[in-house]
Design a protein around this ligand. Structure first.
Ligand SMILES: NC(=O)c1ccc[n+]([C@@H]2O[C@H](COP(=O)([O-])OP(=O)(O)OC[C@H]3O[C@@H](n4cnc5c(N)ncnc54)[C@H](O)[C@@H]3O)[C@@H](O)[C@H]2O)c1
Length: 325
């Protein structure tokens, strides 16, 4: 039997992961007996299930995290994080949640003494500055934002705690997740989902970057697959290098719109107005967008097969199979 902890379980990816774990009832053939969802906000919209425990608390409190992780879960998905925009605006918040909070989880796991498997969600924002094109698996991390620096630092700690045999950790560098359901958020990448999601819902939307602006993305479905797959890989296959860049799709916004038109209609695509916002454009132009990911691919991680698949997954999973015609 497996006991599971998901930090950030009330968030976008956390809720999807928990729903999937409850549905599957097992990971790698081991039955799940309990899932603890931990978040600073009360989790909403999770299935009612006797295996699910919802705990509200702050990751930056070593006492709260110590009590929580001290219960000795077998698998920890550590997703809780302040997002990129917040970390750039509020330096203290980013370091308190993303750095100290992660150290709290690692330290509590060490004290629990049962060497849990732990997945840490890093980001391709850990890369920055002058970069080769494409970026190889071996690229050193030179982040150019506080969020990226916190993610890069935590990758090192996950690797060191694993080397010491305190946890069995794996850090996954996530591409931008598209299509994110709900409303736009504080992330500069928010438009990448909005320009698909809002037209499908019958709403007009402004795209703040040029049609040729590129993204590196993965769908919510594929990221949940990756998070679960990551925990099933034997430790010796991961080896000393505990961080992986996940395979994603590189595309321009114009290519995404062409795919949206193929899946739906010109009428849907015409709901997008192109109006560049120099502030967003500048941030986005600094992002790395092309990667080679042979290591993750060899370990069995998969990208979406096409932009159409990403759009269709949103229509099926979030819109009940149809869109505003
Ligand atoms: N969504 C993406 O495109 C993307 C891309 C790269 C990396 N990631 C990473 O994946 C993880 C999940 O992302 P998401 O999109 O679900 O984000 P999200 O913002 O929807 O969820 C993060 C959750 O963390 C919680 N949280 C924040 N501060 C906390 C604290 N002090 N204590 C406890 N919980 C706290 C939030 O309340 C939120 O529910 C994050 O680590 C994020 O950095 C996401």
């Amino acid at each position: 039997m497996m006991r599971v902890l998901v930090t950030g379980g009330a968030g976008f990816i956390g809720r999807k992961l928990i729903a999937r774990l409850l549905k599957d009832g097992q990971v790698g053939g081991t039955a799940i007996s309990k899932i603890t969802c931990f978040d600073v906000v009360a989790a909403q919209g999770l299935p009612a299930d006797e295996r699910l425990e919802i705990v509200t608390g702050d990751l930056s409190s070593p006492t709260q995290v110590g009590i929580l992780v001290g219960k000795g879960q077998d698998a920890i998905w550590h997703l809780a994080s302040a997002v990129s925009g917040e970390c750039e605006q509020d330096f203290d918040l980013g370091y308190r949640v993303n750095l100290t909070g992660t150290l709290n989880v690692l330290d509590a796991a060490r004290r629990a003494g049962n060497v849990p498997k732990m997945i840490f969600t890093s980001s391709v924002a850990a890369f920055g500055g002058p970069l080769p094109d494409p970026i190889p698996d071996s690229q050193i991390l030179t982040p150019q934002t506080s969020y990226g620096a916190q993610k890069a630092a935590c990758e090192l700690f996950v690797a060191d705690y694993s080397r010491k045999g305190m946890i069995d950790g794996r850090s996954l560098r996530l591409p931008t997740i598209v299509v994110r359901p709900g409303r736009p958020n504080a992330a500069a990448s928010s438009f990448a989902s909005s320009i698909v999601r809002e037209p499908l819902a019958g709403e007009q939307v402004v795209c703040p970057v040029a049609p040729e602006a590129k993204m590196y993305s993965l769908s919510p479905r594929r990221v949940v697959d990756a998070l679960i797959h990551a925990i099933t890989i034997p430790s010796e296959e991961i080896g000393q290098v505990r961080s992986l860049t996940l395979p994603g799709l590189t595309y321009s916004q114009a290519e995404m719109m062409a795919a949206l038109e193929r899946v739906t209609s010109k009428k849907v695509v015409d709901r997008v107005e192109w109006k560049a916002d120099p502030f967003v454009q500048k941030i986005v132009s600094g992002w790395p967008t092309t990667f080679t990911t042979p290591r993750a691919e060899k370990l069995g991680f998969e990208r979406d097969s096409s932009l159409e698949e990403m759009i269709q997954a949103h229509i099926d999973d979030e819109l009940g199979g149809s869109w505003a015609k």
